[in-house]
Design a protein. Structure first.
Length: 56
């Protein structure tokens, strides 16, 4: 199934955001990426703190 077919079906089933005309799955994927970036940043801080504790 091509991406065009999928997008067409999304429009047909009204799975589009009426305000921004952005497919809902794009917003959901963006939210997932933001969550992953937040988790990554938290892990970096935790790792840095642990390194500092080991060095001290």
């Amino acid at each position: 199934m091509s991406i065009i077919t999928v997008l067409y079906q999304m429009v047909q089933f009204q799975q589009m955001d009426p305000i921004n005309y952005v497919p809902i799955w794009v917003k959901e994927l963006t939210d997932v990426v933001k969550d992953l970036e937040k988790d990554r940043d938290e892990w970096r801080v935790t790792a840095s703190n642990q390194v500092e504790q080991i060095r001290a």
